[in-house]
Design a protein around this ligand. Structure first.
Ligand code: HEC
Ligand code: HEC
Ligand code: HEC
Ligand code: HEC
Ligand code: HEC
Ligand code: HEC
Ligand code: HEC
Ligand code: HEC
Ligand code: HEC
Ligand code: HEC
Length: 385
């Protein structure tokens, strides 16, 4: 990174000098009078011209070093040159090294450019020059995030990150990350395959304390989504089948996302001998420190979704041909029902009520696709075929 920083600035100075290509008139014997008479051509046609340049305040930055020769020094070095008129942006909690070290000219042209904020290159190029992995992530992503597409969002990286400094982790504009996400996901967005739901509206409908899934409750969208892209659908940070049904092979291979935080026995063990758990109280039973991946959730019995000792998660999900994915029953963001069970589910394009009811030792559902089925952890229930 440091190497890049040094080399690129040298590259630019060379490129810039070549671009300036020298004014048509001769060099004055001294500083000269109207600087713009000879130099303005170099930036006259650019879209973003720095006001002091436009106004001929060249001496704000250039100091003549001779009365007889046309030579100049800069008025100050690094950030101090800019600090004559701008703040140095190195006072908040999370700094950006190229900014706090005063390399303002790494990104900005002092005179003029054709890019937003007078950057030397468009934002995406400015940032990915030093953070090339973000370019690679975006290019190789299974679903490319509209937020990173300059055509959909000209501010790309700086719509979430502050270029200079902020008070939040990763220099995000706001915290928790959800607040950044809903600046755009407060309306339906168009993905290549479908129109995406308005996530902010959905969250607003669901009380944070009782209805939102742990990491969502804490506003930690990046616990599951990698906003720069991944090889999984919906930029998920672990495997999660995109199709409604999927042949089951192994918990972590198929549902790596969920099993970053949950216990794989949930779908691996057909019969559960351990004492079943009663309804877990998230506040006390589910100790969770947030996002670093360890298995620490469901204790002593793994899942309450069982009939007697038969694990019904196993039965629904763990099938060689058409295993049901979690989305048939759960809404991963929030739902008004216990255990984040969805209100409606779907079969092809057909959407219908699940009619889930919870009891202290089990529950029941009555979806459009079959008769009412009941399960009970203490007393196995017999259901009609
Ligand atoms: C009569 C035309 C003319 C005027 C007026 C003029 N310049 Fe120049 N200036 C030039 C030329 C030609 C060069 C290119 C010299 C070279 O290529 O070596 C130059 C080079 C420069 C350089 C780069 C050289 C260095 O030492 O950094 C700066 C900076 C500069 N001018 C600033 C100014 C400022 C500030 C003014 C106004 C006070 C000004 N010029 C007025 C013609 C002019
Ligand atoms: C905000 C500070 C600032 C102002 C105002 C400014 N310059 Fe510069 N100028 C610089 C810096 C810094 C460089 C060194 C090259 C670089 O980093 O691009 C430079 C380089 C130059 C050069 C060398 C060739 C080039 O383009 O890099 C010329 C010529 C020049 N300035 C002329 C002017 C003239 C004429 C004005 C007024 C119309 C002016 N500058 C106003 C900061 C400034
Ligand atoms: C002589 C005073 C002066 C100096 C020195 C100065 N600026 Fe500016 N700059 C301004 C003014 C005035 C504006 C327009 C008002 C504003 O946006 O704050 C501006 C605007 C900007 C903008 C917004 C985009 C634009 O062109 O309107 C950027 C980016 C910027 N300056 C960067 C720099 C950098 C980097 C330096 C140091 C190389 C610097 N400035 C030095 C006066 C200055
Ligand atoms: C890593 C690249 C980078 C560096 C280094 C950098 N900037 Fe910026 N700057 C940006 C980007 C990108 C924007 C546009 C921000 C936006 O639109 O949210 C910007 C915007 C600005 C603006 C106009 C908007 C505002 O925030 O006021 C000013 C002024 C500015 N920068 C000054 C500076 C100064 C002074 C320095 C050095 C202390 C500096 N920049 C260093 C990338 C950089
Ligand atoms: C000149 C090189 C350079 C440029 C250009 C640059 N960065 Fe950085 N950036 C760094 C360095 C060095 C660090 C600190 C080392 C690290 O954490 O990777 C850093 C850190 C970061 C971090 C925090 C990383 C963390 O783990 O906390 C973010 C976010 C970031 N940059 C975003 C951006 C964005 C957005 C842009 C474009 C506006 C940009 N960078 C342009 C060099 C650069
Ligand atoms: C939609 C919002 C968003 C956009 C757009 C975005 N980022 Fe990020 N970025 C984040 C979040 C959130 C994190 C923290 C990720 C985490 O905790 O897993 C992050 C983290 C980072 C980091 C720290 C290293 C890492 O991967 O955790 C860097 C560097 C970074 N981003 C650079 C960029 C660059 C460069 C761009 C533009 C090409 C960009 N970001 C665009 C939201 C965004
Ligand atoms: C600057 C606007 C913007 C911000 C901020 C933003 N997004 Fe997006 N997002 C979009 C757009 C536009 C789409 C639809 C295009 C697409 O498919 O990516 C989208 C799509 C998505 C998708 C579906 C991707 C797909 O194609 O399947 C997910 C998941 C997503 N965003 C999550 C997030 C998260 C998490 C955050 C916060 C870290 C966030 N977004 C912040 C604009 C944004
Ligand atoms: C526990 C993991 C997890 C968390 C935390 C999470 N998501 Fe998701 N998100 C998913 C999964 C899994 C999907 C795919 C759902 C599906 O296709 O059935 C998804 C889908 C999406 C979609 C596409 C929705 C659609 O209409 O298909 C968006 C947009 C999105 N998430 C944004 C967010 C935002 C914003 C946050 C933070 C408030 C967030 N997510 C938090 C797991 C998560
Ligand atoms: C980043 C960690 C994390 C990931 C990833 C995660 N969860 Fe969770 N999950 C939690 C936490 C924390 C709780 C307990 C708090 C709560 O939601 O009530 C929980 C609880 C649950 C509950 C039960 C809630 C209750 O009332 O007992 C369900 C159902 C659930 N998660 C489903 C999923 C599914 C499906 C996935 C994969 C798409 C998933 N989780 C991925 C952290 C995670
Ligand atoms: C056929 C519907 C269905 C499917 C498919 C399903 N679940 Fe569940 N899940 C439930 C029900 C019902 C409960 C509530 C059990 C209780 O407490 O009575 C539950 C509870 C949970 C819980 C809370 C702890 C527990 O097990 O009691 C987690 C975590 C969970 N499911 C994760 C998942 C994951 C991960 C997937 C996908 C691999 C998945 N579920 C697929 C119906 C389903």
């Amino acid at each position: 990174m440091t190497t890049c920083a040094r080399w690129c600035v040298v590259g630019w100075l060379v490129a810039n000098a070549a671009m300036a290509a020298g004014p048509s008139k001769g060099v004055p014997a001294g500083p000269g009078d109207d600087c713009r008479a000879c130099h303005a051509d170099a930036w006259a046609k650019k879209q973003v011209i720095h006001p002091p340049v436009k106004n001929g305040l060249c001496f704000g930055c250039h100091v003549s070093t001779s009365d007889t020769k046309h030579t100049f020094d800069l008025a100050a070095d690094g950030k101090f040159l800019c600090a004559q008129c701008h703040s140095t942006r190195d006072s908040l909690k999370v700094l950006h090294p190229p900014v706090s070290e005063g390399l303002c000219l790494e990104c900005h042209d002092p005179h003029a450019s054709d890019h937003h904020a007078r950057l030397r290159q468009p934002v995406f190029e400015t940032c990915t020059r030093c953070h090339p992995s973000k370019r690679t992530q975006n290019e190789t992503s299974a679903t490319k995030h509209g937020a990173l597409d300059p055509k959909q969002n000209p501010k790309v990286c700086v719509s979430c990150h502050d270029a200079h400094q902020s008070d939040h982790e990763k220099r995000l504009h706001d915290w928790p990350p959800e607040k950044v996400c809903v600046t755009c996901h407060d309306k339906p967005q168009q993905a290549p395959d479908k129109e995406l739901m308005n996530l902010k509206a959905w969250l607003d409908q669901h009380d944070a304390g009782t209805m939102r899934h742990g990491p969502v409750r804490e506003g930690r969208c990046p616990d599951c989504h990698e906003p720069h892209g991944t090889s999984e659908s919906r930029m998920l940070k672990g495997s999660y089948p995109a199709a409604p049904y999927t042949p089951f092979s192994a918990a972590v291979e198929d549902y790596g996302l969920c099993f970053r935080c949950h216990d794989t026995r949930l779908v691996q063990e057909k019969v559960l001998g351990e004492k079943p758990v009663s309804n877990a109280d998230p506040a006390t039973d589910l100790a969770w420190s947030g996002g670093d991946g360890g298995v620490r959730l469901i204790r002593g019995g793994i899942t309450g979704f069982r009939n007697g000792d038969e694990n019904l998660h196993f039965r629904h999900v763990n099938k060689a041909d058409k295993g049901r994915t979690c989305r048939f029953c759960h809404d991963v963001h929030a739902s008004e029902n216990p255990k984040h069970i969805r209100t409606t589910t779907f079969f092809g394009n057909w959407e219908f009520l699940l009619n889930y009811k919870k009891t202290t030792t089990g529950g029941s559902c009555w979806p459009g696709c079959h008769a009412e089925r009941r399960y009970d952890r203490n007393q196995r229930q017999e259901n009609l075929k």
